[in-house]
Design a protein around this ligand. Sequence first.
Ligand SMILES: Cc1cc2nc3c(=O)[nH]c(=O)nc-3n(C[C@H](O)[C@H](O)[C@H](O)COP(=O)(O)OP(=O)(O)OC[C@H]3O[C@@H](n4cnc5c(N)ncnc54)[C@H](O)[C@@H]3O)c2cc1C
Length: 428
Amino acid sequence: MHHQLIIIGAGASGLMAAVTARDLGIDTAILESNGRIGKKIGMTGDGRCNITNDSTVTGADDEAAALLRKYYGSQAEFPLPVLKQFGIRQTIDTFNVLGLPLTRLKEGLLYPMSLQAASVLDIFELALEERNVSVYLNNKVLDVTVSTEHPRFKITCRTETEEQVVYTSEYLFLCTGGLTGQNAGTDGSGYALAQRMGHTLVKPVPAIVQLQVQYPHLKALSGIKLQGRAHILVNGEVVRSETGEIHFAEYGLSGPPILQLGRTAAVHLARGDSVTVSVDLMPSRTQEEVKQFLEMNWGTFAHRSVAESFTGFLHKKLIPVLLKEAKIDPNLLCQDFSWKTKGIFNKILKRWDFKVTDTRSFENAQATAGGIATKELVADTLESKLVPGLYLAGEVMDVDGDFGGYNLQWAWSSGYVAAMALGKRIFR
Ligand SMILES: Cc1cc2nc3c(=O)[nH]c(=O)nc-3n(C[C@H](O)[C@H](O)[C@H](O)COP(=O)(O)OP(=O)(O)OC[C@H]3O[C@@H](n4cnc5c(N)ncnc54)[C@H](O)[C@@H]3O)c2cc1C
């Protein structure tokens, strides 16, 4: 079977690329290892699919620059030309045109109005059908060979019945994702395909991921959720901080601010740095205000035990652990507190340190940091500098975004831009 364009991967970037390419009049086909398109999309946003995030949309000229700050990779500026061509507004408009209006739940997080990730798949299924895009499901791409003759690409697949089928195309999009959600088909095989075509892999590590910490009382803390601020310290220096609901678990820490910090921890742990996460239990008060608050509390309730004195402003399960941490008898009365003991509490409420031993695995992560090196791609077209006619889109390349819709946004933006660039090349 021959098509002008073959897209490997019917994930977020591949689907956006297919619809865009077909609208430009390009004969487009998708090869997908799963029996259904967009299996991973169905798992996103707790089954609701956080499609994008409009909190950086200001109407100012530097809107794309603000969005760029949500992305990471070896080449910090690389996503900018793509985000300039297709940002948040274009995403909202495109989904409206496809028949999927979006709704905002909180802090700029946009979801399909149905609040069902399945509707994103359904809409793409309709869009592909309406445009006569050829979709070959249960086709796992095993190998790609590149020729200087026509057809340029020869793609070997394994089908459901284990037979090998060969497809050919003039242009090839690699939209195979990263290493997260492996039961959704993203097993890293796209990296191997790109490497065999001469590309370099920047070592992938989990991003948007929970932290495993070393702490003797984790079991006692497990299940606690609190509002706090978390700082990541690398070799003793704070490199990033995030505020929100922090969750304690038997393995360590989770919750939105921790997931946001996961990438920084993973990258530095891979380099052999010492990584600590420090939790501020009273982020809205300064150290001095915490001191005054505790003094007043202990003065007013001098007759209470130290354990009782924390009732009402600290989670109940947290109190015995903090007392153990400070090595204090819970029955000690506030009136008998030494200055030293008071100092320990003042500090621990603002800076409670946990040594990070690892992040959780790709299985638990929501994004992959690292991937195919972006220096080998043309930034405003996403075409390979090494293999003419090969384009990359989505998580397969060394670009990852923050928690809150930014990874799907990259998939939509890069899928669209690659398809538009190909259209310009074919029809110029
Ligand atoms: C649990 C979870 C929740 C998430 N929630 C959100 C969220 O709410 N918002 C957000 O912005 N991001 C979220 N993400 C991240 C987001 O899903 C990804 O960044 C995004 O899907 C990447 O798009 P992609 O097109 O690059 O790859 P994918 O969407 O992963 O698609 C890649 C496709 O390629 C196929 N494929 C791979 N190799 C081959 C091969 N050799 N042959 C044929 N087909 C192949 C795969 O089967 C897959 O269908 C979440 C991720 C996970 C794991």
